[in-house]
Design a protein around this ligand. Structure first.
Ligand code: ASP
Length: 628
């Protein structure tokens, strides 16, 4: 029998439609029976409509209604009527009406559900992903994928309006320089050869600039074969952007405008016209990370000078050890940080228990802090408990030490520290010292991040963007004892460092920028090198063999022989952006068919074995016998 096609959706009816005859198509969301009357909530993408099979309905209709189970797909025809005042459901968009059924057609049946389709499936992740099609029926997944669509649309709208072309670059390529492992695709036609899937369209978008395309973008799928860790997906989507004849600020302004448009269009949220710009070094000093959550302040304070006046040997030792390391490096002409003592003021939390403080200390230790000291500001405004004794002179011994303190704290020290931190009675002070400034910063920064969450400062409906700029160009690779580039190798070092690239790589800042939002890195980008000679110097500093460079990226350097324009770009992550806009904490929540945390697709069971014939065609022999 031909099925009755819908005349309205399940989200469209209101009191104004009373009296109309309609056909609805959808899924049985809920059903309940009341005396002889059956109530069926019918659901589709647009909403839910209540259908009633009245007491006086035909026996055949009643029998069909009785057959309906959760998630049966049905067509129902009937007449719209307003509900009695007392039955109006204000929480439902269609809550003022119901449809009195005159026919029900079962379009398909549904087996016993592995979990209920509801606002949100509360099933375990792997079960949700195995039955992703059911999970996607939930209202929350429907909303999130709609938001994803709207964000992508707004991006295209803004960039198109700004003169950009969307150009597709290949997904079967040679290799990309993003530093992860490539996913490889064996070539059937060329035995032993492989295509790589792009880790990003980086080289192709740069070549498009050589081609004169000026303003390019692409919602690009990228593939990175990284160990399953954190919230990673083997494939993800970037809003990939590249522009010619631009300086850093042109790229930043474009992205500010684009984000403003996207947030306004999709969430009705007005973002500031420009975002804060924070130098990388300042971000580390203040927040202990290059992706600070700026929904709360709690900036870290350097109390090194004050620590030197205290009786705290551990602090003083860290500083002198750091100073010695720094001096030794300077003697070799290398810029390196010394030690630091950093403090974090936690307002009103002097009542934190030992256990709570230990939990915070554990967060610091993950980032290699040897320990975390604390003290409190008592009701009288005096330092109390924990390490306070090292900051207070012993009674009667001016300039002397309290019990256990090795050397004397001076009489003004406690007051100076309190003033420096702006501490008040009832506050908690946390401190980390290390001979490596970075460790002190990063580990206390982790404590700050944890506190932000614990204290409820991370309102998901607030969006605090910032640019982190002036990144170091190179990072010292301790394991391999060599310099690496901090971003990819095509990043332009800032002009003023060009003369000293080789002599002091540690001091060089790149023309690099990251966009951060609520503690997440949302985008990375840079102005690129377009001068082949400069490119060669960078390869040499990171020990990248010119032959290797030629083999891997020769086609880019070749293209750069033909009048490359100055250019730069950026690539905001679409998944992460939508995740944050949806108030979620995992990108899996905004991807229709993500892999699980082990890079496995529980629904289609990928990756999987292929048959012998296919392997043979691809000239591949499996050496390790796969487990059955
Ligand atoms: N290709 C870079 C990345 O994927 C982004 C860029 O520099 O434009 O991180």
């Amino acid at each position: 029998m031909e099925y009755q096609k819908r005349t309205v959706t399940c989200g469209g009816l209101s009191a104004a439609d009373a009296g109309k005859s309609v056909v609805l198509n959808g899924w049985v969301h809920r059903r309940r029976d009341h005396g002889g009357i059956a109530f069926i909530n019918l659901r589709d993408r647009y909403g839910v409509t209540q259908v009633v099979v009245d007491d006086d309905a035909s026996e055949a209709l009643k029998a069909t209604a009785a057959e309906l189970k959760f998630e049966f797909c049905v067509a129902i025809s009937g007449r719209v009527r307003t509900r009695p005042e007392a039955m109006v459901n204000k929480d439902m968009a269609t809550g003022a009406v119901e449809v009195v059924a005159d026919a029900i057609q079962i379009l398909s049946r549904c087996e016993t559900l592995p979990f209920m389709v509801d606002e949100k499936s509360d099933a375990k992740e792997d079960l949700r992903l195995t039955y992703r099609y059911l999970d996607l029926r939930s209202f929350s997944m429907q909303r999130k994928l709609r938001l994803r669509h709207e964000v992508a649309f707004a991006v295209r709208e803004y960039l198109t309006g700004s003169g950009f072309y969307e150009i597709e670059t290949p997904t079967f390529i040679k290799s990309t320089p993003e530093g992860a492992r490539d996913y490889l695709v064996p070539s059937r036609l060329y035995p032993g050869k492989f295509y790589a899937l792009p880790q990003s369209p980086q080289l192709y978008k740069q070549i498009l600039m050589v081609s004169g395309f000026d303003k390019y973008f692409q919602l690009a799928r990228c593939y990175r074969d990284e160990d399953a860790r954190g919230d990673r997906q083997p494939e993800f989507t970037q809003i990939d952007i590249e522009m010619s004849f631009v300086k850093r600020d042109d790229v930043l302004e474009l992205v500010e405008g684009m984000m403003g448009h996207v947030f306004d269009k999709t969430l009705g949220v007005k973002l500031p016209a420009t975002f804060r710009r924070i130098a990388y070094d300042d971000s580390l000093e203040l927040y202990g990370t290059d992706k600070p959550d700026l929904r709360f302040g709690m900036e870290m304070v350097d109390i090194g000078e004050l620590a030197l006046r205290s009786g705290f040997t551990a602090f003083k030792d860290a500083l002198s050890e750091g100073a010695a390391r720094q001096a030794a490096a300077a003697a070799r002409g290398i810029t390196q940080d010394g030690g630091a003592v950093k403090a974090l003021l936690v307002p009103g939390k002097a009542d934190y228990s030992r256990k709570q403080i230990e939990e915070l200390e554990a967060a610091a230790k993950i980032y290699k802090a040897k320990g975390m000291a604390w003290m409190k500001v008592g009701a009288t405004g005096a330092l109390e408990g924990g390490a306070s004794k090292f900051f207070i002179p012993a009674a009667g011994a001016a300039g002397g030490a309290a019990d256990g303190a090795a050397a004397g704290a001076d009489a003004k020290l406690a007051a100076d520290l309190i003033a420096k931190l702006g501490a008040k009675p009832g506050d908690l002070i946390l401190m980390v010292a290390d001979a490596k400034r970075r460790i002190a910063n990063v580990s206390l920064g982790a404590v700050r991040t944890k506190l932000g969450k614990d204290l409820g400062f991370c309102d998901p409906a607030r969006y605090e963007f910032a640019w982190i700029v002036d990144f170091p160009m190179f990072e010292w690779n301790e394991e391999e004892n060599k310099w690496d580039t901090a971003h990819h190798m095509f990043t332009m070092p800032q002009e003023k460092y060009h003369p000293s690239l080789e002599s002091d790589p540690g001091a060089v800042k790149g023309d690099l920028y990251d966009l951060v939002l609520n503690g997440f890195e949302l985008a990375s980008g840079s102005i690129r090198i377009h001068d082949p000679e400069l490119q060669k110097r960078i390869f040499a500093i990171v020990g990248f063999d010119p032959k290797d460079a030629e083999q891997k990226f020769g086609f880019l350097t070749e293209a750069f022989k033909y009048g490359p324009p100055p250019h730069g770009g950026i690539a905001p992550g679409l998944d992460r952006l939508v995740m944050l806009m949806a108030g979620e904490t995992s990108i899996k929540e905004v991807i229709a068919f993500p892999k699980n945390s082990f890079a496995v697709g529980p629904m289609d069971d990928s990756p999987n074995y292929v048959d012998e014939k296919q392997l043979k065609e691809l000239h591949i022999r499996i050496v390790e016998t796969p487990k059955a």
